[in-house]
Design a protein around this ligand. Structure first.
Ligand SMILES: [Zn+2]
Length: 262
């Protein structure tokens, strides 16, 4: 499933695999001035190629290597010959993609390897220039793209939600907060998030996410001092685990957020 919306010159492309008429998890890519930021999951790669064929698309950049952000790379390269750039730390895993866990293959599909070019300090398009801002924590090498004159921040998976309660087991919550704080100093006006879509007043939204996690950490510490286990703290502070935790076998959970914060 593809769905598009626009804000000024920026087009958001929302993608999801559909099963029995229902969309599984969604992810957004963005098209601005011929630059496609992220390429979506393998499951929608064919549709994305057809979508790009009808538009001016000249280059692809990945904010990070995850399959819902880079899974369209290989078909875009093979079908349209588009150049693909990605963070230097992610090139090896983009080229030799490991076999993903079952839940990830079900939700997004298994990507094929592709040779990408390392991102430079800036990505340049005919009308804009985007600074490549390192923002690790969600995964090593994760970057955001900032159009400094416009205050547009393409934030990949740095933001996601201002009250994010789930974390992957390989994410580092403190590194994410450090990245959010660093990006905040750049005063972004409009966020283009890969899961929340367009977020107006991005600066305030990111500050609220930091404050929310700081509050969660404070509560978690208090419960830990009373001898609560990490599982129990997660349940008391964030509520019971949801479907995502069960489907992922615990690889994506509230417990992971508490464990990483503590
Ligand atoms: Zn990701």
């Amino acid at each position: 499933m593809l769905r598009t919306t626009s804000l000024g010159p920026i087009t958001r492309l929302r993608m999801a695999r559909r099963v029995l008429g229902r969309s599984l998890r969604t992810v957004d890519a963005y098209l601005i001035d011929g630059l496609l930021i992220d390429s979506g999951p393998p499951a929608t790669a064919r549709e994305v190629v057809e979508w790009c064929r009808q538009r001016e698309v000249h280059q692809v950049v990945n904010t990070h290597h995850h399959e819902d952000h880079a899974g369209g790379n290989s078909l875009l390269r093979a079908s349209l010959g588009l150049p693909i750039a990605a963070p230097a730390d992610s090139l090896a895993v983009l080229r030799d993609v490991p076999r993903l866990e079952l839940y990830r293959r079900l939700v997004w599909g298994q990507p094929k390897g592709v040779a990408a070019q390392p991102l430079d300090e800036y990505v340049v398009t005919p009308r804009h220039r985007f600074a490549v801002i390192p923002a690790p924590g969600h995964c090593p090498g994760h970057v955001c793209l900032l159009e400094e004159d416009e205050g547009w921040l393409f934030s990949g998976d740095l933001f996601i939600h201002e009250r994010a309660r789930y974390l992957r087991e390989d994410e580092d919550a403190h590194q994410i907060m450090a990245s959010l704080r660093r990006v905040l100093t750049l005063r972004p006006r409009l966020l283009m998030c890969s899961h929340a879509g367009f977020v107006e007043d991005g600066e305030t939204a990111m500050a609220r996410k930091i404050a929310y996690w700081e509050g969660v950490l404070e509560e978690a510490r208090a419960f830990r001092e009373r001898g609560y286990s990490v599982e129990r703290i997660a349940e008391v502070v964030l509520g019971p685990e949801g479907l995502a935790t069960r489907i992922s076998g615990g690889r994506f959970s509230k417990k992971n957020l508490i464990a990483s914060l503590l």
